[in-house]
Design a protein around this ligand. Sequence first.
Ligand SMILES: [Zn+2]
Length: 112
Amino acid sequence: MAPFVDWRFQNEFPSLTDVIVRYVEHGRVGFGSRRKLFSFRESGPLISCGDPDCHGRYRLSPVVLEMLSAGEVNREGKQACGGTRGTPSLRKRYGICINLIEYRIELIPKQK
Ligand SMILES: [Zn+2]
């Protein structure tokens, strides 16, 4: 567990132990399983797009903040990437990414 990520997580979500995201990505994705599990505490709040040419990332922090203010612990939804596809330095751009994820977010509250 990276201490820096852990510290940031505690600052951003003081009432939570972790945020677990289960998701399937659609569009241009590389090899391997399309179903993935992601932990905010271990990896930070940004999920990299599965398209190796894409510079975009999925941002689920705003959804988690909405869930916290609504008192929800589970939520399903979709988010489009919309990132820019191109060479690593973006000197050549291929266009806007069409990938999207279908996610299920689970909040793990701190034990009281
Ligand atoms: Zn993308």
